[in-house]
Design a protein around this ligand. Structure first.
Ligand code: HGY
Ligand code: MN
Ligand code: MN
Length: 400
C-alpha cells in the first residue's frame, strides 16, 4: 500500500531548482506537465478514470462522474524555489487515502474524485488559483488568456501547447456542477498545529488577500556619469514602498504585506534603471484591513515617486475577500475526526476559491517549523500518515 511520503519521494527530483534550492514547478511548464503525467499514471494504476477539464484541471474519478460528488485534491505547481509539500501533499494523501479505503473494502456510495488544479501559486502567470478561478468563473477568460509569463508567453499559448483549446478557457458549470463537497488537505503553513501538539487540524478561514503590481518609471542612465541631482531613479520610490509595506502592515492587527519580487529594467549593475516593477502581496483579517494597508502603501509610493520625478502605475492582479469555510461541513468533519484543532490560515488555497460555489473544508497536516514557500518546508512521515487516515475517514463519511 502506498504512503503519502512514499509518493512524494517518487516525484522528489521533478523541477528541482539548483539555483534557488527547493522546486520550481509552474503552470504548464515542463516540470508541472511531468507531474501531471505522473499523477495520471498513479490514478490510472488505481483504476480511476482521468479527464482534464477545459481549464487544465485534472480530475481522477473513482466511479462514474456524477452529481453530488465528493472531491478532494490540491495542486502540483510550486512557488519559485518552493518546498516539497505545498500542494503535492494534498495530492499524494488523496491517492494514499484511496488505497487505504480500498484496503478496507470501502466502496463509495456516491462519485468520488481527486482533482489537481492548475497554476495555484500564480508562479508563472501571476494570478494565484488560476485553474480554480477559471473553473468557477472568478476571472474573466479573456483577461486570463492575455496573461503572460516572464518570457512573454501567454496563457493561451501555454495551454494550447499543453493540448487545450484557449478559446474554451472559462467558467465550467458542467464540471463544477458535479461537485457536492470539496475537501482539500494541505501542509500547514504556520505553527498552529505544532504549538498545539496535534498532527491534523481543520481550517476555519482564509485571510483576505491580494496581489498588486507597481511600475515605477524614471530615466535610465549611467551610474557613473549621472550626478545625483540629475537623476530620476525609480529604485528610490520602489525602496520606499518596501519599507512602507512593513510600516503599514505593522499598524493593522494581523495584517501582512510583502514584496518578494522586484524587477529593475534593464537590471545592469552600473545602470540607473528606467523602470522598476514590483509585486505587493497584502493580507489582513478582513477586506477593510487589507484595503487600508494597501492604501497607505500606495500613498507612500505615489509621494516617493513624485519626490524623485518618477511616475507610478498600480494594477490589482488578484484579490479575494476573507473566506469562511462551510461551518456545517467543518463541524461534521470535526465530529468524525474527534476534536482536532480548528485554525485560521494566512495562506490562500483553491479550496478558498471553490468555497464561493460549493461546501468546502480544509484539513491541515502539522508542519514542525511552520516554514513554507521555502526549501525547508517539511512534514514528518508519521504526520503525513495521520493526514491520510484523517482524509480517508472524511471521504468514507462523506461518500459512504
Ligand atoms: O500564496 C498563498 O497564500 C498560497 O500559498 N498560494
Ligand atoms: Mn503556496
Ligand atoms: Mn498550496
Amino acid at each position: 500500500m502506498s504512503t503519502a511520503d512514499g509518493l512524494l519521494a517518487a516525484i522528489d527530483g521533478v523541477g528541482a531548482d539548483r539555483r534557488r534550492g527547493g522546486f520550481s514547478r509552474h503552470g504548464f511548464d515542463r516540470a508541472e506537465l511531468e507531474l501531471r503525467e505522473w499523477f495520471v499514471g498513479e490514478a490510472e494504476r488505481r483504476g480511476l478514470a482521468v479527464r482534464t477539464d477545459r481549464n487544465g484541471n485534472v480530475w481522477a474519478w473513482w466511479g462514474a462522474p456524477g452529481p453530488d460528488a465528493v472531491v478532494t485534491g490540491s495542486h502540483l505547481d510550486s512557488v519559485p524555489g518552493g518546498g516539497a509539500f505545498d500542494g503535492p501533499l494534498g495530492v499524494t494523501t488523496a491517492l494514499a487515502a484511496v488505497d487505504l479505503l480500498r484496503a478496507n473494502w470501502f466502496v463509495p456510495a456516491r462519485p468520488l474524485a481527486i482533482v489537481v488544479f492548475a497554476e495555484e501559486e500564480g508562479g508563472r502567470f501571476g494570478v494565484p488559483c488560476l485553474g480554480s478561478r477559471l473553473l468557477t468563473g472568478a476571472i474573466d477568460p479573456d483577461a486570463a488568456r492575455r496573461l503572460t509569463d516572464a518570457d512573454g508567453v501567454s496563457l493561451a499559448e501555454a495551454v494550447a501547447e499543453a493540448g487545450l483549446q484557449p478559446a474554451r478557457l472559462g467558467r465550467d458549470d458542467e464540471a463544477l456542477g458535479l461537485v457536492g463537497r470539496f475537501v482539500e488537505l494541505h501542509v500547514e503553513q504556520g505553527r498552529g498545529l505544532v504549538d498545539l501538539g496535534a498532527p491534523v487540524g481543520l481550517a476555519s478561514s482564509i485571510l483576505a488577500h491580494g496581489r498588486w503590481r507597481f511600475r515605477f518609471t524614471g530615466e535610465g542612465n549611467h551610474a557613473g556619469a549621472t550626478l545625483i541631482g540629475d537623476r530620476r531613479d525609480p529604485m528610490l520610490p520602489a525602496s520606499a514602498l518596501v519599507l512602507a509595506a512593513r510600516r503599514a502592515a505593522s499598524g493593522v492587527d494581523g495584517a501582512r504585506a510583502t514584496v518578494g519580487r522586484l524587477v529593475p529594467n534593464p537590471g545592469g549593475a552600473n545602470v540607473i534603471a528606467s523602470t522598476v516593477d514590483l509585486w505587493l502581496d497584502a493580507r489582513a483579517g478582513d477586506d477593510a484591513g487589507t484595503r487600508a494597508v494597501v492604501g497607505e502603501i500606495s500613498a507612500a509610493a505615489v509621494s516617493a515617486a513624485a519626490d524623485e520625478g518618477c511616475t507610478v502605475a498600480v494594477t490589482e492582479e488578484s484579490y479575494g475577500d476573507t473566506v469562511h469555510f462551510d461551518a456545517a461541513l467543518r463541524d461534521e468533519l470535526s465530529g468524525v475526526l474527534g476534536d482536532v484543532p480548528v485554525l485560521a490560515t494566512g495562506a490562500g488555497h483553491d479550496a478558498g476559491i471553490l468555497a464561493a460555489r460549493v461546501p468546502t473544508a480544509m484539513l491541515f497536516v502539522r508542519n514542525p517549523t511552520g516554514v513554507s514557500h521555502a526549501p525547508a518546508e517539511h512534514a514528518e512521515a508519521a504526520d503525513c500518515t495521520a493526514g491520510v487516515v484523517a482524509l480517508a475517514t472524511v471521504l468514507e463519511r462523506l461518500a459512504g
